[in-house]
Each structure stands twice: as C-alpha cells, then as structure tokens.
Design a protein around this ligand. Structure first.
Ligand code: NAI
Ligand code: MG
Length: 338
C-alpha cells in the first residue's frame, strides 16, 4: 500500500523548494522497484504566517492531526510563526531525536571542505521544555529538565544509527558533547546514561565538553563523526557545523519518533528571495532523501543523495552557490540523474 506523506509547504520559499522535493520523490518512486507502482500518496496541509493571517491559527488542528496520522511529513518553512508551527509538529509526530547532518560537498565553497558530521540532538527537553518563570521585576528563571528515559532513548537511537553504518565513514562510534562539569546534576545524568547505553551496546563512545568541542570542531572537523547532545547544545553546535559547510540552502533535518517522523530543511522562508524561483532546493531534496530512508527505501535515499551530489559538483547551481540557475533547472537536473 502506498505510504501517506503529509506535505506542508508553509510560507516563502517553502512553496518553491517543497514542490521540488516532491518532483524528486516522484522520480525516485518511478525508478524504484521497491516503491509501490502508484508511488506515494500526498496529503497537502497548511501552516504558517499566511494561514494565521487568514484563520487566526498558525497550525490548524487538521494539520496537526494529519501529521500525527501520516507515515511521514515533509515540511518547508514558516515565517514569524515558525516556533508556533514546528514545535507542535515535532510533538505531533512524537519526535525524540533531531537528526542533522552537516556535510561539505565538492563544488561548494566551504570553510571546512572536509566536514562530515551528523548531530543527534535530544528533541524534547533540556532548557527548551518551556518551564520559564518571571518571579519578580528583577528575576526570571528557567528549569532545565533532563530525564534518564529521554537520555537513554536518544542513546539507543545513536547506537542503532552507528551500528547501521549511517554515520560518516571516517569515525566509528559517537561523541557525546555535554557540560557535566558545571551542570553536574542534569548533564551529569545525561552523560552517564548516554555512556552507559553505549557500553551496553558495545558502541565506542567518547565525550567532549561542549565548549571545547566548539573550538575543536572548526579547527579539525575530521575528529568527529556522529555527535550526540542535548537540546540547546545540539541546536547551537549543529548551526556551527552548518557554517563550516557553506550555505543554509544545503542542510536537511529529520525529527524522528517511534512510528512517525517529520522532515524539513534547516533554512527558513528566505523572504529576500521568495517568489523569484531561485531558491536552492537542495536542503528540501536531501530532507526527502532522509524521508525515503526512514520509510525503508535506503537505496532510493542514497540514489537521491548521489544525484544531488553530482549536480552540486557539475552544476547547474542556484545563486547562493555562485550560479544563476533557477530552482526548477536544478530540480530537473537532479530528476534527470535519477
Ligand atoms: P532564512 O533561512 O530564511 O534565510 C537566511 C539567508 O539564507 C537569507 O539570505 C536567505 O535568502 C538564504 N537562504 C535560506 N535558504 C535558502 C535557500 N534554500 N536557497 C537560497 N538561499 C537561502 O533565515 P532568516 O532570514 O533568519 O528567517 C526568515 C524567516 O524564516 C523568519 O520569519 C524566521 O522566523 C523563519 N525561519 C523559519 C524556520 C523554519 O520554518 N524551520 C527556520 C529559520 C527561520
Ligand atoms: Mg536552530
């Protein structure tokens, strides 16, 4: 039976790069024996600034329900309402880990062309769990939440990820980045649980204080492969890695849950170029490749990645990468290779 994919384009270039990713999914389905002859079933749902302006709600209940009941969701970007859309959507799919690869590609100008790291970021707690209070005119506080169960769930995922060979080739095991020397209770618990799960699974895990990691990563990214971290650390450190590979238009991400997942480019709505048809579709297309892998179509996902890599190397390229091609021209070149 054809898998049901919920498609949420959102605002700005979301409406340009998501259709490009759907073209690529269709091409991947057409050239694969494993995918149902009818391909995927797409259900379109709305979210973002435009919907809020129209209905008063950035994330309508029917969109939340659609994502919650889908096999997987592909999301573009939302503008000012991004937090009101993405956080509940991650919740709708029950996501406990955010997977963010940062890989430099031949043909793309990068600060560190040898970068190839994958961040596995805890996606539900830490300082992003929403427990903030204003206690007086002078005082605000934040409660940092760390549970053994979420830490272990993340670590179990990391062990499986590494065992499946989904990490970069140059490094075995994973590195856990934390700040347990200062946040002894919360990050102490996180560190201990992650390292003990790794030991139980016989996975080679080392650790790094997150501030030291932030210095060492740009100096020599080849020291790292898979990096496991808490919610805030993962957010900041993966953005640092994004800076090393050259360009927001390239970076995909996946929010993985137990029986559902949400895939989205890391970039936003790019209001400066929206509507011109020149957005780089790579991040959205690589997010679609992650979606294929999640659904079990590993070879098809790799095929998309290879096609993208070929086009990044040989062109055509969009303006952000120094070219002058349109979104459709780049997409057509990727589809052609498939
Ligand atoms: P942005 O990612 O939209 O744009 C930053 C810069 O990168 C711009 O110069 C843009 O043109 C360029 N860029 C981004 N994606 C590109 C692509 N695919 N091809 C070519 N160039 C690309 O981030 P910004 O400007 O901080 O935010 C704009 C809006 O997007 C805001 O309303 C923000 O709230 C929202 N946003 C939404 C996110 C989401 O939905 N996941 C994430 C980040 C921002
Ligand atoms: Mg971020």
């Amino acid at each position: 039976m054809a898998e049901e994919i919920v498609v949420i384009e959102g605002d700005g270039i979301g409406g340009e790069v998501v259709p490009a990713a759907i073209d690529v999914l269709d091409a991947a389905a057409a050239s694969s024996d494993a995918i149902d002859a009818d391909g995927f079933t797409y259900t379109y749902a709305a979210a973002g600034d435009a919907v809020e302006a129209e209905t008063g709600e950035a994330l309508p209940a029917e969109t939340y329900e659609a994502a919650a009941n889908a096999d997987a969701t592909l999301f573009g970007a939302a503008g000012e309402t991004a937090a009101d859309v993405i956080l509940p959507l991650r919740d709708a799919v029950g996501s406990f880990v955010n997977v963010r690869p940062a890989k430099a590609y031949p043909g793309v100008d990068a600060v560190r062309p040898e970068t190839d790291v994958v961040f596995l970021r805890e996606n539900t707690e830490g300082v992003y769990s929403g427990h903030e209070d204003r206690l007086s005119e002078d005082l605000s506080t934040l409660t940092r939440v760390v549970t053994s169960s979420a830490s272990r769930e993340l670590a179990e995922f990391a062990c499986e990820f590494v065992a499946d060979g989904r990490g970069p080739d140059h490094r075995d095991g994973f590195t856990v980045a934390h700040k347990a020397n200062v946040m002894r209770e919360t990050d102490g618990r996180f560190r201990e649980e992650v390292l003990s799960v790794a030991e139980e699974h016989g996975v080679d895990a080392d650790e790094e204080l997150m501030d030291a990691f932030a210095t060492k990563l740009p100096l020599d990214p080849t020291q790292y492969g898979v990096v496991v971290c808490g919610n805030l650390a993962g957010d900041v450190l993966s953005d640092l890695a994004a800076g090393l590979v050259g360009g927001l238009g390239l970076l995909p991400s996946a929010n993985i849950g137990h029986d559902n997942a949400l895939f989205e480019p890391v970039h936003g709505t790019a209001p400066d170029i929206a509507g011109e048809g020149v957005a780089n579709p790579t991040a959205a297309i690589l997010s679609a490749a992650m979606l294929l892998e999640y659904l079990g179509y590993v070879d098809e996902g790799q095929g998309v990645r290879d096609a993208v890599e070929g086009v990044l190397r040989d062109g055509p390229r969009t303006g952000d990468l120094g070219g002058s091609a349109t979104t459709s021209e780049v997409t057509a070149a990727i589809v052609e290779r498939l």
